[in-house]
Design a protein around this ligand. Structure first.
Ligand code: 15L
Length: 270
């Protein structure tokens, strides 16, 4: 029975996975900067600051597989992203190597490729086009995963997560939505599939409007159970309440692309 570490256990995705994973992986260790306030007596929690290598060593001890959600999860200032997502991701992979962890799932993001236009369908082999400092940190994490797979033999799966939740919340999310059940399916592939060496998969449900070619996930057995179009009317009604934005509406990364945007706007019409 594999011993699994879930970092970022107090975040939005982590909180949901805390409910879903124990049935599949009973030996689950949770970690975050501070314990979730509703921590149950049957849950195993270890606090850790990812920027501190001694602390990441401690949480990785006696672990077979890591689901690494921990870190700064949106666009923001450089310093916290540097500490949590750059230094923190390096510490995590390094501790995984030192402690003999076998597999790592790295929670990457659609924002690693957010500056691809929406009309451009992309696979998992395109050049990165991050849409902010957060996106750059996700590109860095994917690069670390590749290095630790090739050089040190870790089995690494990077999930470029779209938008996680029970339903798509606007038009953009109809293309990138990821239902919790489908994320669990992808996690199981990363932690259990015998063919994993280094993979980049898109964390997306069965979305008719997807901008991503996720055939590699399909080849590994991924069969998403949830359809974004089932929520189309609600998502489009929510979209109608939002102001139009030429940059955000053109690029896959949406509002992350529009933040601080001072680029060549003529590219949008070319
Ligand atoms: C992400 O990577 C963020 O963590 C999440 O909060 C959403 O903003 C999501 O991307 C998205 O693009 O909708």
């Amino acid at each position: 029975m594999p011993r699994i570490l879930l970092t970022g256990a107090g975040g939005g995705i982590g909180t949901r996975l805390r409910q879903m994973l124990p049935a599949i992986y009973p030996k689950l260790r949770l970690s975050d900067l501070v314990a979730p306030p509703d921590l149950g007596g049957n849950e195993h929690f270890m606090a850790a600051d990812l920027a501190d290598a001694a602390q990441t060593d401690a949480i990785c001890k006696d672990i077979d597989g890591i689901i690494h959600l921990g870190g700064y999860s949106v666009e923001g200032p450089w310093q916290p992203i540097l500490q949590s997502n750059i230094i923190g991701a390096h510490n995590l992979f390094e501790s995984a190597r030192r402690q003999g962890v076998n597999r790592v799932i790295f929670a990457s993001s659609n924002h690693a490729v957010g500056f691809y236009p929406r009309h451009h369908r992309i696979g998992n082999d395109v050049q990165p086009r991050p849409d902010g400092r957060y996106g750059v940190s996700k590109v860095f994490g994917e690069a670390l995963g590749s290095l630790y797979a090739d050089k040190y033999g870790l089995k690494v799966t990077c999930l470029r997560i779209g938008n996680f939740g029970d339903q798509p919340i606007d038009q953009r999310r109809l293309s990138i939505w990821l239902h919790p059940d489908d994320l669990v399916q992808l996690i199981r592939i990363g932690l259990e599939h015998p063919a994993i060496h280094f993979e980049v998969l898109y964390g997306a449900s069965n979305n008719e409007r997807s901008w991503w070619d996720n055939h590699r996930a399909h080849d590994l057995g991924y069969r998403p159970q949830h359809r974004a179009e089932d929520y189309r009317d609600h998502a489009l009604a929510e979209q109608a309440k939002l102001p139009a934005d030429q940059v955000a509406d053109f690029y896959q990364g949406g509002s992350f692309c529009a933040m601080e945007y001072a680029g060549d706007g003529s590219r949008i019409w070319s």
